[in-house]
Design a protein around this ligand. Structure first.
Ligand code: ZN
Length: 545
């Protein structure tokens, strides 16, 4: 489906081509003192934003809170290590997005994009056996960004405008996915050309291996993960049909890379260490596998695996992964009775492991909610929150700030569903809705780029009949997805709504409505300010074409 985005982007660039061709080639060819003629970091960020905006619109883009949190748990330590080692300068740390975008595709792929965006396909999460293996790939990709390989590659494109390059990158990505035969044919020729031009050089790959290895080990991940990931890719490269591994095409395992890696590991990791599959990782990988392939046959295959007689002879993490996948698959097939049975098996296997128990309960809440049982979902969520607040777990002085993102988003969904069922049109909504509104508001204040949290906040506010605030949160959702035109529409709708409301004086016939009028006045001025800011952002975005 990225193909559509490519076409749209291509048209946009062509119409504005003459204007930008002049300015960007001038900028690229202008020699700068004491610097190379590489693309500046702010230009690279703008190009990255443009690509990211197209990717957010792609139906394959997936903000799954559980998988996103798991990947963040690897990504943040890598970033911190890169900063500590001096690979990542404070200037670049500030200027780039450093954001991971998950894709629903089942191909094994990860790719660095301009401006500090990193694409990770679910197929990669599904195929790695440990956090360490995933860290080795992310550390490598991170190093392409910090070593400014992307800006060098783009500068080499010479006469191409950055926006043409953006279209090429999106085209190459579309071609690397499990596209159906028809669309693969359409982009085929163009994408192959694009990939050859945009591939990193062998030297860049070796540098990314070297720096990435340093970053991942300094971040506390096992060097062994680097080796076992190489082994995994090597085995895949021997398959005659390794089309599911686009990562191999962009990262051929040259003899130099393998020799470098062996020398490096011999220095740091004496003797072979067997990387054990943890329960937590087994569940996360199962989730990635099911979410990346949701057609009915694939879902039935998951269920069949749980029925296999040999299942009980396998290692516990592997069994737990199968049950997790079976429960998720059953719920996607809307067989909730079966899903509950599978969940019970899963729960009995993970008892005693806090991380895996939490993931099992999150899945339970998700499944029960999908079965429209908000009360059951709330009970599952309460069990998680109780466990998190128990002595020995996190310090829970401030419940709102210690709530983790998957729990926060799920709580809002549960509150919304419970509110709809219990009291369809009661003003103010349920207490749970109010609590969620406060928690989400605190969250977006700290994470203003979290589109999903803004979207839920908008729904929660709408449920409380706070129309003005709901419109603003909806606008912020679009800002977070870098779609400033759509955001501006929503801000204008909010302003129009605000003007239609009776004025403060006319309403001031009681304490409550007077304070409501004051709150509306504050909201309206925030909206005016944000509308002007986003108008400017949109203007810049349009000039950038
Ligand atoms: Zn690479």
């Amino acid at each position: 489906m990225l193909l559509i985005a490519v076409v749209a982007l291509g048209l946009g660039s062509t119409s504005a081509l003459s204007a930008t061709a002049v300015s960007s080639t001038n900028a690229a060819q202008m020699p700068t003192l004491g610097d190379t003629s590489d693309m500046s970091s702010s230009d690279e960020r703008r190009l990255g934003d443009r690509i990211a905006r197209e990717m957010y619109r792609d139906p394959d883009y997936l903000d799954d809170p559980v998988l996103a949190e798991y990947v963040q748990g690897i990504w943040q330590p890598l970033l911190a290590a890169a900063r500590a080692r001096g690979d990542l300068s404070p200037e670049l740390a500030e200027r780039f997005a450093w954001e991971i975008m998950l894709g629903r595709d089942r191909t094994v792929n990860a790719f660095a994009l301009p401006g500090g965006y990193l694409g990770v396909q679910l197929g990669l999460i599904a195929v790695v056996s440990s956090r360490d293996e995933l860290a080795s790939v992310l550390g490598h990709e991170l190093s392409h960004v910090t070593q400014r390989h992307i800006s060098r590659l783009i500068s080499k494109q010479g006469k191409q405008t950055p926006w043409m390059i953006g279209a090429m990158i999106l085209g190459a990505l579309a071609a690397s996915k499990n596209a159906d035969a028809g669309s693969a044919l359409i982009v085929g020729g163009q994408a192959v050309a694009a990939q050859n031009q945009l591939n990193f050089s062998r030297d860049m790959e070796r540098e990314a291996d070297r720096v990435g290895f340093g970053v991942m080990t300094e971040a506390g991940f096992e060097a062994q993960g680097f080796v076992s990931m190489f082994d995994k890719l090597q085995q895949a490269s021997r398959l005659t049909d390794n089309g599911a591994y686009p990562y191999l095409r962009s990262h051929p395992l040259t003899t130099e890379r393998i020799a470098d890696m062996q020398a490096r590991v011999a220095q740091t990791a004496p003797g072979p260490i067997k990387v054990a599959l943890t329960l937590e990782h087994a569940l996360v990988a199962a989730r990635a596998r099911v979410l990346s392939n949701a057609d009915v046959d694939a879902l039935r295959t998951w269920q069949a695996q749980a029925d296999s007689a040999s299942l009980s002879t396998q290692a516990v993490p592997r069994q737990a992964g199968i049950w997790y996948g079976a429960a998720l698959a059953a719920s996607q097939l809307r067989d909730f009775a079966q899903a509950r049975v599978d969940l019970e098996r899963l729960r009995s296997l993970v008892t005693g492991d806090a991380d895996a128990t939490r993931l099992a309960r999150l899945l339970q809440a998700e499944i029960v909610l999908r079965a429209s049982d908000a009360v059951g979902a709330q009970a599952a969520l309460n069990a998680i929150l109780t466990a998190a607040a128990a002595p020995g777990a996190v310090a829970a002085q401030d419940q709102a700030s210690t709530t983790r993102r998957p729990e926060l988003l799920l709580a809002a969904q549960i509150a919304l569903q419970a509110g709809l069922v219990a009291q369809p049109d009661s003003a103010g909504g349920s207490a749970a809705v109010k609590t969620s509104a406060v928690q989400l508001q605190n969250w977006v204040a700290a994470h203003p780029r979290d589109a999903q949290a803004w979207q839920l906040l908008s729904s929660v506010q709408a449920a409380q009949h706070q129309t003005l605030r709901a419109l603003r949160a909806d606008a912020e959702t679009q800002v977070a997805r870098l779609d400033y035109a759509a955001a501006l529409d929503r801000f204008k709708a909010a302003q129009a709504f605000s003007r239609q409301q009776p004025s403060g004086q006319a309403q001031a016939n009681g304490g409550a409505s007077a304070s409501q009028a004051a709150a509306d006045y504050i909201d309206a001025s925030i909206i005016d300010t944000r509308q002007r800011q986003v108008q400017l952002l949109l203007k810049e975005q349009t000039l950038d074409r």
